[in-house]
Write a protein that binds this ligand. Structure first.
Ligand SMILES: *Cc1c(COP(=O)(O)O)cnc(C)c1O
Length: 392
């Protein structure tokens, strides 16, 4: 929404803006961050270590390396796997741009494969079609919290001897069968930006069962120092970065982690309200959840029927925004972003499923504290906006 639209909406006497996303921060988080401040230890401290231990245990992997963002974590994983110039990594165009950018950071080439029309995750059949002698890895995304088809992707990775990377930045808490997202592939990354299921402000974590990968990522996150939080201070054994998570962020993360079940339960509550109220709205479909999947709700994204075009969707979003209901149009497929078009010559038509979906998605306001009254208001506004654009 433009700031002008936001101003119009906020100045309305009758209704407040319903924000697209909002973190739920309680007194516990405030006290935890203040305690970290008072401790005097602001970096390379015990809170980040404890946070790593708890998140890794929750997800069900051996090692967690807390970092400054999900993007930083993805970069470390790509680099730690030895992916570099001339290599190809197969990934999804229907994602946040960081999951493709992290491949470019190491001068490797992102090779997109189209998505499935239901789960919106990468299509394993299309992945196989795009494997070449230069392919080094598959980087799949648990988009909107929905797990990719990890059993099939793992089989493909085994058969073609490829590394497998899980971008679980939107999926903390989701399950596929008994396993949680963040535990698939050689390494996974979760993220803690304020709109995610759990926030540290900015932050992320690399998750892996490989001790070697964890050590290399930890070292590279800490200027290439020999691994261990504080050892070998002056010895820089490889090229590194400052991708560390600070103690204030970790304190916030620990407090959020102690409330994680509540946070996830309330996200589920809001999603169920939307599902119920939108279940029979013609022309609009609610999010798909595959059998065997327990979704940790990241966003609530509805899709318009095929009869609607992108400009219908944009008009509906504009109307909702002007009425104080903040909506998003994500994802715009990565290959159509100006930088990717310019650099790689991608065009409309290259990934038809991702494009058809990207033209018709509407992300509705979603946060764990959304009230029933707010959800009702959003749904009423959506119904009115869709009726005004009827495409029977
Ligand atoms: C949030 C997100 C990331 C990481 O984002 P940061 O803002 O760097 O923490 C990466 N991939 C996906 C799909 C995301 O949604």
């Amino acid at each position: 929404m433009s700031s002008k639209q936001a101003k119009v909406a906020r100045s309305s006497k009758f209704s407040r803006v319903v924000p697209l996303a909002e973190a739920w921060l309680s007194e516990l988080e405030v006290r935890a961050v203040v305690a970290a401040l008072r401790s005097g230890r602001l970096a390379l401290g015990p809170r980040a270590q404890e946070f790593e231990r708890l998140v890794a245990r929750f997800v069900g992997v051996r090692h967690g390396v807390a970092v400054s963002s999900g993007t930083a974590g993805l970069h470390l994983v790509v680099r730690a796997l030895g992916i570099g110039e001339g290599d190809e990594v197969i990934t999804s165009p229907f994602s946040f741009v960081a999951s493709a950018n992290c491949i470019l950071f190491e001068r490797a080439r992102p090779v997109f494969a189209d998505i499935r029309p239901d789960s919106l995750t990468i299509d394993p059949d299309d992945v196989v079609r795009r494997i070449t002698s230069r392919t080094k890895a598959i980087l799949a995304v648990d988009v909107f919290g929905h797990p990719a088809d990890w059993p099939r992707l793992a089989a493909i990775a085994r058969r073609y001897r490829l590394a497998l990377i899980e971008d679980a930045c939107e999926a903390l808490g989701s399950r596929l069968g008994r396993r949680r997202c963040g535990s698939f592939g050689d390494a996974a990354v979760v993220a803690f930006y304020p709109n995610k299921q759990l926030t540290t402000g900015e932050g992320g974590m690399v998750l892996t069962n490989s001790r070697r990968l964890a050590e290399v990522c930890r070292s590279m996150a800490n200027q290439g120092r020999r691994s261990g939080h504080n050892s070998g201070w002056l010895e820089h054994v490889r090229l590194g970065y400052n991708y560390r998570m600070d103690e204030l962020s970790a304190a916030l993360g620990l407090a959020q982690f102690s409330r994680l079940r509540t946070l996830l339960a309330h996200r589920g509550r809001v999603a169920r309200m939307y599902n119920q109220l939108l279940g029979d709205l013609p022309g609009v479909s609610v999010p798909y959840v595959a059998p065997g999947v327990e979704l940790s709700w990241f966003v609530y994204v509805v899709r318009l029927a095929g009869a609607y075009a992108r400009h219908d969707r944009d008009r509906i979003i504009n109307r909702l925004c002007s009425r104080g209901v903040e909506c998003g149009d994500y994802f715009r497929p990565i290959h159509l972003e100006p930088f990717y078009r310019r650099t790689f010559g991608f065009r409309r038509g290259d990934f038809p499923v991702a494009e058809a979906v990207g033209d018709r998605t509407i992300a509705l306001p979603f946060s764990p504290r959304l009230t029933q009254a707010c959800v009702r208001r959003v749904v009423a506004e959506l119904k009115a906006a869709v009726a005004g654009n009827f495409r029977g």
